[in-house]
Design a protein around this ligand. Structure first.
Ligand code: PLP
Length: 437
């Protein structure tokens, strides 16, 4: 059911015979006219639609549940479920974000292995599938389930089901050695502990519906998935032996943000499908395979523009520029991720001749913290009031913004390309006004 909770309060500019860069240039000019140098982000919804279509082509029957943590805004809260896809939510707040826009609880996987009391209550009442990786969390789920059973009898509440859970396992050692960012240190039960945890769930009477894992970030090849899928076969055999009826393998996130990295998502998608076929063909469980892509879906959808607010030219061959955005408002990845710094460089919004002399220049963020350092880049000489933009910053950047030092997060604008106008207006018109640009 779709609910129009708010009146339409957001605009989507429909780009006609023009580019996102042109659209950003217009916004920047308007801001300059108003003496406003605050940063802004443009979300191109067409880019997200393109990635959804790429997923369908490259990953075949593997059902995507978009990891809302990667980009949580009024577009992403609606777009995925209205196109028939699901969500990976990490908290009660994220769950409510998407349910309020009409998403069915059956299209939500609550992926955080440690949840608040309120979150577990909501998961059980709305019959959502959730993830666990410890005996203690299983006990917590069981206790809350039993409280709800008592409350239901006393208060004549609707029926509830036995909680449905996925057990999160760690990726294989080989898998961990093949990713740049290992996500197994915090979450996931060790392989030699899986059976013990499954038995504990059996004892409590929880319904183990399958297995989940997250292979880590920036894989060198498909092995982090394929190696771990091989082990999920073993997990499924254990679950069947204990009398469960497992039906879901959740292969997590970590898919390539852009197609310029180590190995393409197209190759990974193909290898994953082969691996599922190899290990589960003719298996009694015949599982549904789901994934939780975040960055893959949204990384290319956002560009953020910042204004040059100050210049230090002590060495004319090595200028230093201060921008109106920084690592705390717009470019958080610059703090921690060298690969991101290498890929995301500022581009000048205004037109320059092709003969411009590029200089090795230092870019500083807006705050007083010297950690607010956006690296050195080759760029033409900038003047105060010029705007630069960083493309492909759609994953996690806006979600991790702060107001450190009192500087605001980039203002958000939405646009789409004309080729998607009719479809997107049909899907999002309860909340967005579409205006031709
Ligand atoms: C459980 C889980 N699923 C999915 C994701 C999304 O990962 P990515 O954005 O790399 O696809 C994350 C990211 O932290 C995660 O923790």
């Amino acid at each position: 059911m779709r609910c129009a909770l708010r009146s339409k309060n957001l605009n989507v500019s429909v780009l006609q015979n023009t580019t996102v860069k042109e659209y950003m240039r217009t916004i920047a000019q308007e801001k300059t006219n108003q003496h406003n140098n605050e940063p802004f982000t443009v979300t191109n919804i067409s880019s997200i639609v393109d990635q959804i279509n790429n997923w369908k082509e490259w990953f075949g029957s593997i059902e995507p549940y978009f990891a809302l943590k990667a980009q949580n805004n009024p577009v992403t809260q609606r777009l995925f479920h209205r196109l028939g896809l699901g969500y990976d939510c990490a908290s009660l707040s994220e769950i409510l974000n998407v349910r309020r826009t009409g998403c069915s609880p059956s299209k939500i996987i609550v992926s955080h292995p440690f949840k608040s009391y309120d979150c577990i209550r909501d998961v059980i009442i709305h019959r959502m599938v959730t993830v666990v990786d410890s005996l203690q969390e299983c006990n917590k789920v069981d206790t809350i389930y039993r409280q709800l059973l008592t409350e239901r009898t006393l208060n004549n509440m609707p029926d509830i089901d036995i909680p449905s859970i996925l057990i999160r396992i760690k990726p294989s050692e080989v898998a961990i050695s093949k990713v740049e960012v290992d996500m197994s240190t915090k979450f996931g039960v060790r392989w030699d502990q899986f059976e013990k945890l499954a038995e504990h769930c059996k004892k409590l009477g929880l319904n183990v519906k399958g297995v989940s894992f997250h292979p880590g970030l920036r894989a060198n090849d498909a092995e982090p998935w394929t190696e771990t899928i091989a082990f999920t076969r073993h997990c499924f055999d254990i679950l069947l032996g204990l009398g469960f009826n497992p039906s879901i393998i959740d292969i997590g996130g970590g898919y390539q943000r852009r197609e310029d990295g180590n190995v393409s998502s197209k190759v990974i998608g193909n290898s994953i499908q082969q691996s599922v076929k190899k290990h589960f063909q003719n298996h009694t469980a015949s599982p549904t395979v789901v994934a939780e892509p975040g960055a893959f879906m949204v990384s290319t959808s956002q560009n953020t523009a910042a204004c040059v607010t100050g210049i230090r030219m002590e060495n004319p061959m090595h200028p230093e520029y201060h921008l109106s955005a920084g690592v705390f408002n717009g470019f958080i990845w610059h703090l921690s991720d060298p690969a991101y710094q290498a890929n995301v460089e500022p581009l000048l919004l205004k037109d320059m001749t092709s003969k411009v002399h590029l200089k090795n220049s230092k870019m500083w963020g807006v705050s007083c913290d010297s950690m607010d350092n956006l690296g050195e880049v080759m760029i033409q000489t900038l003047e105060e009031g010029d705007w630069v933009y960083y493309s492909g910053v759609g994953d996690y950047s806006n979600e991790l913004n702060t107001t450190f030092n009192g500087f605001s997060a980039p203002a958000m604008y939405y646009c789409c390309e004309e080729r998607h106008y009719n479809m997107l207006e049909g899907l999002l018109s309860d909340n967005f006004n579409f205006k031709k640009f």
